[in-house]
Design a protein around this ligand. Structure first.
Ligand SMILES: Nc1ncnc2c1ncn2[C@@H]1O[C@H](COP(=O)(O)OP(=O)(O)OP(=O)(O)O)[C@@H](O)[C@H]1O
Ligand SMILES: [Mg+2]
Length: 164
């Protein structure tokens, strides 16, 4: 995907789907909301920053045979645009996760401006999508903090249960 920086007014909304509780429907909401908006004609990107990679596999991505993933984007090995893949849903693209993400919190700790790395990486994409959804892992670590610093809003799925 080729990306240029345009000065046009930016219509893109970046929405993190986050909750440190696991299994509350973050990934399901992310895939369903994105697919629905794409079916309505919007250009949508999912950024999968969960080392489990469920949004990626849920959209048919073979996570073991990627040229680049969000791991490479965060590590500065490639531009975000180089790691984006199309999905079987028209107008829905994904920046996929890789299992290497499971160790990235330790690598992030040593980086300068570590809370803003995703923000810098995703900003050139704002002119190319109407919506960018970030599927967060079930924790409040640096990956989720990176998602929050780039987001315009946060969607928090909840499940009504005793041990929440
Ligand atoms: N609205 C719903 N009603 C019933 N079950 C649901 C609903 N949404 C998701 N589920 C089921 O709940 C389980 C967990 O969903 P999902 O993987 O989306 O949660 P998650 O918050 O992303 O989990 P994790 O924290 O591990 O990333 C899945 O088996 C999914 O099919
Ligand atoms: Mg999930």
């Amino acid at each position: 995907m080729s990306v240029t920086n345009s000065k046009k007014q930016n219509p893109c909304k970046i929405i993190s789907i986050a909750n440190q509780k696991g299994g509350v429907g973050k990934t399901t909401s992310c895939i369903n909301l994105s697919s629905y908006l794409a079916a309505m004609g919007k250009k949508v990107l999912i950024v999968d920053i969960d080392p489990q990679g469920n949004a990626s596999s849920g959209l048919g991505i073979d996570k073991d045979n990627l040229d680049y993933s969000v791991y490479d984007v965060i590590m500065g090995e490639c531009a975000a645009a180089d790691a984006i893949l199309p999905t079987t849903v028209p107008r829905l693209s994904i920046l996929p996760a890789h299992k290497h993400l499971s160790g990235i919190e330790l690598e992030l700790i040593q980086m300068e401006q570590r809370e803003f790395i995703l923000r810098k990486a995703l900003s050139p994409l704002r002119n190319h999508f109407h919506y960018i959804f970030i599927d967060c892992p079930p924790s409040l670590g640096l990956l989720t903090v990176n998602a929050l610093t780039v987001s315009d809003s946060v969607f928090v799925p909840l499940q009504g249960e005793f041990l929440h």
